[in-house]
Design a binder for this molecule. Sequence first.
Ligand SMILES: *Cc1c(COP(=O)(O)O)cnc(C)c1O
Length: 304
Amino acid sequence: MENGGEAAAAKWRFGAANPALHAASSQSLRSIVTRLYDTLDHTDPRPVAPLGHGDPSAFACFRAAPAAVDALAAAALSGKHNSYARAAGVEEARSAVAAHLSRELPYEITAGDVVMTAGCNHAIEVMMAVLAAPGANVLLPRPGYPMYESRAALCGLEFRHFDLLPDKSWEVDLDGVEALADDNTVAMVIVNPNNPCGCVYSYDHLAKIAETARKLGILVISDEVYDHCAFGSKPFVPMGVFGGTAPVVTMGGISKRWMVPGWRLGWIAATDPNGILRDKKIIESVIGYRAISVDPVTFVQVSS
Ligand SMILES: *Cc1c(COP(=O)(O)O)cnc(C)c1O
């Protein structure tokens, strides 16, 4: 066709019009922090304290362990890890996570109970997708970590909020959990040590959470990306200790404790000595979802 002689354009039919994506992304921490940053007067010489962005590596006093950096460099230089990894992750990493978590559990988990993810945020994405049966709902903490709401919204999974109680060191309002749950409730989420409240749940409180989940017949998803970052008098106790009372999915990663959020490595672990998650095909479904989503980088998953 000659220049200027094109047919009139049809009405363009596309647009960024996925309402679920808009709802999910507009409330994400990253988009809120970006919007806040855009409102700053950048000519103001005063330094900005970036309290909204939990990335320890941004501060010079927090550095990755030299042994970890050496191992990563050796793994990259070896040329042995340039291939795709299996959907559940590299076996060496799965075994290492299983051993790491088992040290603090009254039972052992194995590599087959662990699936590697591209950070703990990816673990949240995977679990919300796996649980998003039509009509299902999950119970999320308020205050909370908004990635749960975003990911649930994106996959059409209904979420309901229970409160964390400021007068009780931000413990879970377990009466509230019972009042919210119905026959379509599939899981509740706890974050321990907690972001954003900073609390660390006691052994007794975790036991009560497990009892409540057992009574309701629901799964406990325990986000332990801050495991062992417990600075008060209460030691960190993993929720998996109570996996015999109610099935627990433990999620974690190396971002916070090891101060390398850019390395993008996390995990989902079935801490469930009664094998209920296996019977319910949860791990199978996690691996199925992983097969169609992003992979964590292969050479970050090996020791050399
Ligand atoms: C930072 C954070 C995550 C995400 O961790 P990544 O491994 O960096 O993806 C998940 N949950 C909570 C509560 C967090 O604070």
